[in-house]
Structure formats: C-alpha cells, structure tokens
Design a protein around this ligand. Structure first.
Ligand SMILES: *[C@@H]1O[C@H](CO)[C@@H](O)[C@H](O)[C@H]1NC(C)=O
Ligand SMILES: *[C@@H]1O[C@H](CO)[C@@H](O)[C@H](O)[C@H]1NC(C)=O
Ligand SMILES: *[C@@H]1O[C@H](CO)[C@@H](O)[C@H](O)[C@H]1NC(C)=O
Length: 278
C-alpha cells in the first residue's frame, strides 16, 4: 500500500540525500551528530589527551630531577678512553714538494691549535705537574694550561707546515675526554711503525707524557675552559721510506688505561698510515 504523500510527489518529503549525511538541516545534525554531541566528544578527547600529555610531562620531569647534569647517569665503571689523532684523514699521504697536497692537514692542525694559543692558555691555571687537579668542591672548575709552545717544532709557530715540507710531519695524538677519569701510573704515548724499518720519532712534550694535572675532567658545563692534553709525534721519515705506506700505531702506556682490547681497536690506541712522496 502506498500513502497519499507518496503519490503527490517526491519533492514534498525529500529523501535523505548525501547532503543530509554531512549536514541535516531538519535535525541540525552534522555528520550524524548534533553540535552538543560533538562538543561532548571533543571535550572528552581534549581531557583525555591532556591527561596523557600531563602524565608524560610529569614522569619526564621526575626523571630529569634525578639526573646530574655533569655526569652520565648509567655507567658501571669509568669508561676507558679512546685515542684519536687530529687529522682530516687516517691516511696521511702527501708530496712534500707540493704544498697543495698537504695544505688541508696543515690548516686542520692550525685551526685546532687556536685554543692552545699561549694568549688563550695564559688565562688558565699553572698547575703542579704530576698531580691530579682535584676541584670537586668548586662549582666552576678551573683548567690547567696547555700551551701550544710546549709542542716545540710541532707547535706550528716556527715551522708553519708542521714538518710537512720536510717530509717529517707532526701528528697530534690525544685521548678522548672521560668525565672523572684519573689515570693511575704515568701515562705516555708510544707510537711504533708496524712493519719494515723501525721509524724514528720525537715526542712533544718529551717522552710523550700526558700529565696528571689534566685530570679529572668535570664535564662541559662546569669545566668550560678545559683543554685536553696533547702529544705531538714527529715522524722522522727518511728518503728510504718515501713512496711507501707506513702503518703506525700509537698506544697509551705506563698506566692502568687499557690499550689492547680485541674488539675495540680505538680503546687506548689508534692506527693510521703515512706516505711521503717527493
Ligand atoms: C711531487 O711534486 C713535485 C712538484 O710538484 C713533482 O715534480 C713530483 O712529480 C711529485 N711527485 C709525485 C710522486 O707525485
Ligand atoms: C693564535 O695565534 C695566531 C698566531 O700565533 C693568531 O694568528 C691567531 O689569531 C690566534 N688565535 C686566537 C684564537 O687567539
Ligand atoms: C713502545 O712500544 C714498542 C712496541 O710495543 C716497545 O718495543 C717499546 O719498548 C715501547 N717504548 C716505550 C718507551 O715504552
């Protein structure tokens, strides 16, 4: 059976169309819900996500309260430092007669040594050699001087090419910073050429010593003017060794610092290669 309305035409009572699905003018519904219903949903999610964000912020804050900004939180023992050389590459190959082939190495050394300028280091402390510079109580820690002039012919002050033009380059070796590290014994850097003829080397400071006064390091924030001690190794390469790749290994010795971990070949040691051409 059909109702009279049906007969009079479809225009009078319009069928729900796709428009009504989005907005229904008769009920005021928008996508199937009234404004107040949407409002409640919106409020609910606002409160819900607000609560989640609050929980997150609170736990984060509580955790941050327990951190010390200077020392890493989790470490079972003080890490053993790695050794690094200051160079743009671990393969130092150059032609001593062609300054362009060693320019990058020299520029890198020069810019790295800026912070060791005597004028800069003059503001730091003159510490007692052979003794740790303990300053656990102070808030802002002082730093011991390391003047680039102690690197002598490797300071770049007299010979601006750091020995490269003579084919006897200086290599700067340093130990990575480790907060709180106090090496026992008398650490020094010892480098050896791996194969072939023993290569003569000179160390600056003498015997490649790393003085105890540069330890401990207290961290970036409180120990701002700290500079790491350096050891310069001048490789006394002779004509007989030209055009040969020389593998060199430097290790920190004379202390309790590890230098022969099988798995970590940078722990307490560093390897690089040098080739001088003419
Ligand atoms: C080194 O540089 C000099 C001068 O530029 C050049 O005569 C010589 O052939 C170069 N040697 C090598 C091995 O490239
Ligand atoms: C370091 O000294 C050199 C000259 O020895 C100078 O050219 C350079 O500007 C100085 N750098 C700083 C940071 O004082
Ligand atoms: C440096 O290391 C080499 C090879 O391990 C060793 O023969 C030499 O005695 C060491 N030199 C010093 C001063 O420790």
């Amino acid at each position: 059976m059909s109702t009279p309305e049906d007969k009079t035409g479809e225009e009078k009572v319009p069928r729900p169309s796709w428009r009504d699905v989005i907005y229904n003018p008769r009920t005021g519904e928008f996508v199937g819900r009234t404004a107040s219903s949407w409002g409640l949903i919106f409020l609910f999610y606002l409160a819900f996500y607000g609560f989640l964000a609050g929980m997150f912020a609170l736990t984060m804050w509580v955790m941050l309260q327990t951190l010390d900004e200077n020392t890493p939180r989790y470490r079972d023992r003080i890490a053993n430092p790695g050794l690094v050389i200051r160079s743009t590459s671990m393969d130092i190959f150059f032609n001593r007669s062609d300054p362009l082939t060693y320019r990058a190495y020299v520029q890198h050394l020069e810019s790295f040594l800026q912070q060791y300028n005597n004028s800069v280091q003059g503001k730091n402390e003159q510490c007692v050699t052979g003794q740790y510079f303990d300053q656990d109580e102070e808030v802002l820690k002082k730093a011991c001087q390391f003047r680039r002039s102690t690197l002598n012919p490797c300071s770049g002050e007299g010979d601006r090419t750091f020995g490269y033009f003579k084919g006897q380059p200086c290599i700067l070796v340093k130990m990575n910073r480790v907060i709180g590290l106090k090496p026992r014994g008398e650490p020094y850097i010892n480098c050896t050429a791996k194969a072939g003829n023993p290569l003569k080397m000179h160390y600056y400071p003498s015997e490649g010593r790393i003085d105890k006064m540069y330890f401990p390091y207290y961290g970036k924030k409180s120990h701002q003017s700290y500079v790491q001690p350096l050891v310069a190794v001048k490789l006394l390469i002779t004509k007989e060794d030209y055009n040969k790749e020389i593998s060199i290994e430097c290790r920190v010795e004379g202390s309790n610092l590890q230098n022969n971990d099988e798995r970590d070949k940078f722990q307490g040691r560093v390897n690089f290669r040098v080739k001088v051409m003419e």
